[in-house]
Each structure stands twice: as C-alpha cells, then as structure tokens.
Design a binder for this molecule. Structure first.
Ligand code: NAP
Length: 496
C-alpha cells in the first residue's frame, strides 16, 4: 500500500508530506490538496499545500547545496544516481499502485513506467559521465590574423537550480528525465509534481532520499499549479525551467525570466496512410498509438489522414480492433480506463459532440460513465470541426479522408502543434520525402509516434515546445560552456 514500508515516513496522518532540506515536512499552511481517484471520483490521497515562504527556503537551500554538489566528482554523482535507480526499481510495486490510483494508469503500464524510469536514471548517469568528461581544446591561429599564442580550454558547467515540472500522464518518468540529467550535470533540483500523480512523485523522491543525496540538493514542493505555479516559475532562484505539460507551458514561457527553457508541450500527431500501405500494420499502430492509456499520451495518434481510396478498408480494420479493447478499471489492467478528471472528460465529450453536430460519423456508440469514456473512432471529420485541430487527450480519434499526399502534409503543417507524426507506406523514398515536408519534431515511418527509447532526441516545434530532449540533449541543455584561455607570451620558440 502507498505510504507503508520504506515510505512510511513520507506521510503524516492522512496527508503526504513535502520534501525539503533532506527531510519530510508538514506545511505551515495547515492546508492540503486532495487528489481524486479518476475511476472512483473519490478522494484518494492528500498532499501539503506549500507556502511561498517554504518555496523561498527550498530555493535558498538548493542554491547552497548546488555549489557543493558541483564539486563532487562526476563518478560519485553517477554512483548516487545508480543507487536511486536501483531503489526505484526495487520499490516498483507501491509506486505503481499510486499511479493506478492517482492517474488511473493500467496496472502493467504503471509498473513499466517505474522500471523504465529506473533504466532512464542509470542510462543518464552513464551517459553523463561520458558527455561531461569531454571538453574542447582550441588554438587561436585558425582565425585570420591570429598567431598560435592563445589556447582555449572549454568545458561544461552546471546552470545552478533547475525547476522541474512534469505532467500527470507520466509523473514518475517525466520527473526523472529532468532530475537525473540535472543532477549528473551538477545542478540542484526543485520538483513541483502534478497534483494528480504527486504521491507517486513523492514515493520516487523517497528513493532519491534513501540513495543518500546531500540535504537540500533535491526538493519537492506540492500544491496546485494554479496557486503556486507562478511563484515558482518566476522565482529569482530559478536558473532553468524544464516543464512538460499543455498550454500552461506557453504562458510560463512568456512569464519566465532570462533562463534556459525546456518546454515539452501538447501534440496533435498525425498518421498519414497512403494507398500502398500495409493496412493491417497501419490499423494495429493506429489503435495502439491512439488508444493506449486512453489516448492520454503526448505522442498518441491524434488524427488519422487516410487516402480516400483505402479509407473504407482502413476504418473497417481499425473498428475491428477497437471493438476488442477492454474498458474498465486500471487495477484490472483494462485498455481503456477513466480519463484524469471530470473536466477533461467534459472537454473530450465537447470535441466529439461538435464533430457529430457538424456531420462526422461515430463508428461506435458514444458511451460515458463518470470519467470513463468508451473508445470512439470518428470518421469523415472535416477541417471545420474542432476535433480536426485540438488535442482531445482521451480515447476519441478522428479520421480525415484526404485526396492527395499534399493535402495531408498541408493539414499537419497548418496545425499549431508539431510534436510528432507518422507515415504508412511501402515506398521508403516517398516516406522520406514526406518526412522532409512535415514540419514536425519527429516523423516515424511505418510505426505510431512514440517517445523513446529515452536516449533518442525528442522535440516539438511551434506550440509543441522549445528545446530538444533525450539524454544527451537534456544534459547539454542543463549546462553552459565555460572557457579558460591561456595566453602565451609569443607564438613559439625559435629553434636552432
Ligand atoms: P498541464 O495542465 O499543463 O500541467 C502540467 C504541470 O504544470 C502540472 O504539474 C501542473 O500542476 C503544472 N501547472 C499548472 N499550472 C501551472 C502554472 N501556472 N505554473 C507552473 N506550473 C503549473 O498538463 P497536464 O494536463 O498535466 O498534461 C497533459 C498535457 O501535457 C497534454 O497537453 C500533453 O500533450 C502534454 N504532454 C507533453 C509531453 C511532451 O513531451 N511534449 C509529454 C507528456 C504530456 P497541477 O497538476 O498542480 O495543476
């Protein structure tokens, strides 16, 4: 059960504590924030509502701890991260249970998220040792007019304190992707977990605590983003923001000061299916890509663009697979589970209804109980419907029938979102040419969009984000270059 065993100390009564200065603490606010189980719609957990004074203190201790951490040998930083990774994997059971209860993630996927997160921490530690062990040595006489009398030694140094804000859908994985990269590079981290997913995040933090990181280096403050978010993101103690979420990220980008930003935002990943595609392969990927975790993935297939000539066959194959999806509770590992909140379910329903009213075809009967929405394929969607452009973040998938490849590419490039996309065709040359024409962060050929493996570059364009992730990119992003120039009195000795 959550909050038992090694996690006993993280809870006080029925409220989970926040983590600061190497200790679990109760907020002086005397207030808590409730976490609603999406499936039961009842209060599952409570976390502390941290105050601004507590946030100030956390940044103060982070700043001091970071200065010492930056001097800890790289191999020792890696050693501590490997330890945290092992602890996380060892305690995958209770952490996965929190994910099931807080964000209604199916049980097996919840365990996979924790295990994958342990692997990601270890890979980042290993990668970091190599990336950060190398610098650059430059000589001056390659630039016109210079003699060889200046030698430059350039290496990577940490930024300082990284503010990490992950979203509800991967509250452990998308937290460690930020924390591990920041720590191996010598930074301190202040984590603000999503409210739904906060308790899984606090369990994950306890694994870092047990791994023995210095006091104050890693902290976790809880509270509603709408209440403490601005105070955190505009705090003078922040030296870098790594955020994953929706449009909130666009607002943060406008408010943040002169600090590096890593913004991973929403997506409307298109799946273009050409006449020569393997339709069974395309249908399997559309269902997996569109409906895994009930469509609540940034890289979910969010619109199918099917060539008119194969659209009937493709839709029939997709429908046959949709009919086999199991719908129900995350504990029973159903394919489709309740979406994260009632407001999210209402939003998804609004998009589906708008499409229906404007003439789209529901391939299944629309059904909803509480936050549980049955999987729905919506055919004959047209560009005047909201579902053509907006991100449902739920199990509702539109199909737009296109008469040319150009029409499909145009639709992708006209969207403000540009995270990923995919193409199904047997013609690799055509696939590469379409990929070149799609103005999006990543294009997958003959597979659904996906993040990972976690060391692959991952990035969104336009409203889908700023900066690139993947282990190497994140480490580079959380460091800056420092140069030392050795000035010699003359270019060289004269021999002879
Ligand atoms: P969200 O509503 O934007 O929330 C994301 C995080 O921001 C949460 O921790 C939230 O805390 C916090 N927050 C809310 N208001 C804030 C503020 N004013 N200042 C600072 N932080 C604030 O997104 P979500 O619903 O959790 O996640 C779904 C979205 O994330 C989708 O759009 C999805 O596509 C996107 N996503 C993108 C990627 C990617 O890599 N590109 C990956 C996963 C998800 P509270 O929970 O307390 O409100």
């Amino acid at each position: 059960m959550a909050g038992t065993g090694v996690f006993q100390e993280i809870v006080d009564g029925d409220v989970f504590q926040y983590y600061a200065d190497g200790e679990w603490k109760k907020s002086s606010s005397g207030k808590s924030v409730s976490i609603i189980n999406p499936a039961t719609r009842k209060i599952q957990y409570k976390v502390q509502a941290c105050t601004q004074a507590e946030v100030n203190k956390v940044f103060e201790t982070a700043k001091a701890a970071q200065k010492l951490w930056a001097k800890v040998p790289l191999w020792k930083r890696a050693e501590a991260l490997h330890k945290a990774a092992a602890l996380l994997k060892e305690h995958k059971g209770p952490i996965a249970e929190c994910l099931v209860k807080e964000v209604a993630k199916p049980a097996k996927d919840s365990v996979s998220e924790v295990v994958r997160s342990g692997d990601l921490i270890s890979y980042t530690a290993e990668g970091g040792v190599r990336i950060l062990s190398e610098g650059k040595f430059l000589v001056s006489d390659s630039f016109p007019g210079n003699d060889r009398n200046k030698l430059c030694l350039a290496s990577k140094i940490p930024l300082g304190v990284v503010l990490a804000i992950p979203p509800f859908n991967y509250p452990v994985n998308l937290a460690v992707s930020k924390i591990a990269a920041a720590l191996i590079a010598g930074n301190a981290v202040v984590l603000k977990p999503p409210t739904q997913g906060a308790v899984a995040g606090l369990h994950m933090i306890q694994c870092f605590h047990l791994a023995g990181f210095p006091k104050g280096l890693l902290s976790c403050v809880t509270g509603k983003g709408s209440e403490i978010g601005d105070f955190l993101t505009m705090h003078p103690g922040v030296n870098c923001i790594s955020f994953t979420g929706g449009d909130t990220g666009i607002a943060i980008s406008k408010k943040a000061g002169m600090v590096p930003l890593q913004m991973e935002l929403g997506g409307k990943d298109a799946c273009i299916v050409l006449e020569d595609a393997d339709l069974d392969l395309a249908a399997a990927n559309i269902v997996k890509g569109g409906f895994s975790y009930s469509g609540q993935r940034c890289t979910a297939v969010k619109v199918v663009l099917a060539m008119e000539s194969i659209a009937d066959d493709l839709v029939a194959k997709v429908n046959a697979k949709v009919d086999k999806l199991t719908v129900g509770s995350p504990e029973e590992d159903c394919d489709i589970t309740a979406v994260v909140s009632e407001s999210s379910a209402n939003f998804i329903e609004g998009l589906a209804r708008d499409a229906k009213e404007k003439g789209a075809t529901f391939c299944q009967e629309y059904k909803r109980e509480g936050n549980l929405i049955w999987p729905l394929l919506v055919d004959h969607v047209r560009p005047d419907m909201r579902l053509a452009w907006e991100e449902p973040f739920g199990p509702v998938l539109p199909v737009i029938r296109i008469s040319s490849v150009e029409e499909g590419i145009h639709h992708c490039n006209a969207n403000n979102f540009a995270l990923q996309g995919c193409i199904f065709t047997r013609d690799i040359n055509k696939a590469i040419m379409i990929s070149d024409a799609m103005e999006t962060g990543t294009v997958q050929i003959n597979s659904a969009p996906a993040r990972g493996p976690d060391h692959f570059p991952f990035q969104g364009l336009r409203d889908s984000g700023i900066g690139s992730q993947g282990i190497t990119n994140s480490i580079n992003m959380m460091t800056k270059v420092k140069s030392t120039v050795i000035n010699l009195p003359s270019a060289s000795y004269t021999m002879g």
